[in-house]
Design a protein around this ligand. Structure first.
Ligand code: CP
Length: 304
């Protein structure tokens, strides 16, 4: 069974196919009738063991646009709260003739574990601090709406690299597609092993990253994944590493500002940048539907 567990497992050609299929679905989504019957009679469960707004809504919408039947599962409202295991939960749901599983889980590797034990196609919707492959695909898709190619594109990933599955999936994808990557932020949030493994640029000065890049992908500070504070306060984080309008005005060029959401306004990104002319943040969210339609379509047991 084919799965989408991470960008790590994909080839450049796989990524190109996902992006070109997403482009076709984006055209469908511009029509007055946005639905196609490609996944009619396919049933998909969205299993969310961690909170989500964008990923969850866009998977559900992608399924509806493709004509699939959707089931939505929230762990806190389920029998997981009574102690049922992940595998029992999924096997019980699959026994109701469900074809595909979209999984978000706080444990890195949860979708890889499931893939070894169940016969259905699995799409990773974010696993712990490991990967968020559909986010990296929608980020790439959004960059390509602004820039001709990813080849040679300079992308700065700024902020909490250590806890970010978005950073890791983006680094895998950008590396495979020939983009140049720089990570920037406080030294305590930039793991050396990632910089060394990928041979990417690193700076602790966000102005230097902004000066260097064509695109800045700014990440959320993930307080929920920090056992001990890795910087002194959110206010000090903003002063030292937050992106402010005045910083963009000092550049002698236009750069694209991205953020996967949810934003900590006034921490990693000031509101006049998030809502300003450089920002494509809501375009990213829009593109999430087309990208997830592409992933589900290509992995469906019904697709030839
Ligand atoms: N970008 C993202 O994954 O957002 P959600 O956690 O709201 O899905």
């Amino acid at each position: 069974t084919p799965h989408l567990l991470g960008i790590k497992d994909l080839t450049k050609e796989d990524i190109e196919l996902l992006l070109s299929t997403a482009k076709q679905f984006k055209e469908v989504l511009q029509r007055p009738v946005k639905k196609v019957p490609s996944l009619r009679d396919i049933t998909i469960v969205n299993l969310f063991f961690e909170n989500s707004t964008r990923t969850r809504m866009s998977f559900e919408l992608a399924e509806k646009r493709l004509g699939a039947d959707s089931l939505n599962f929230t762990s806190s409202a389920s029998s997981v709260a009574k102690g049922e295991t992940l595998l029992d939960t999924v096997n019980n749901i699959l026994s109701m003739k469900v074809d595909m599983v979209v999984l978000r889980h706080s444990a890195s590797g949860a979708p890889h574990f499931l893939a070894k034990h169940i016969p259905a196609a699995i799409v990773n919707a974010g696993d712990g601090i490991n990967e968020h492959p559909t986010q990296a695909l929608l980020d790439a898709f959004s960059m390509l709406e602004k820039k001709e190619t990813l080849e040679g594109l300079k992308v700065a990933i700024i902020g909490d690299i250590m806890h970010s599955r978005v950073a890791l999936s983006n680094i895998y994808l950008l590396n495979k597609m020939g983009a140049e990557v720089m990570v920037a932020g406080p030294p305590t949030l930039i793991p050396k092993h990632i910089v060394e493994a990928f041979g990417i640029r690193v700076t602790y000065n966000v102005n230097e990253a902004l000066q260097w890049c064509d695109v800045a992908n700014v990440l959320r500070i993930q307080l929920e994944r920090q056992n001990q504070p890795l910087f002194s306060s959110l206010r000090e984080y903003n002063l030292a590493y937050g992106i402010k309008r005045s910083m963009l005005e000092k550049l002698n060029k236009e750069i694209v500002i991205m953020h996967p959401g949810p934003i900590n306004r006034g921490v990693e990104l000031d509101s006049d940048v998030a809502d300003g002319p450089h920002s494509i943040i809501l375009n990213q969210v829009e593109n999430g539907v087309a990208v997830r339609m592409a992933a589900l379509y290509l992995l469906s047991p019904r697709t030839p």
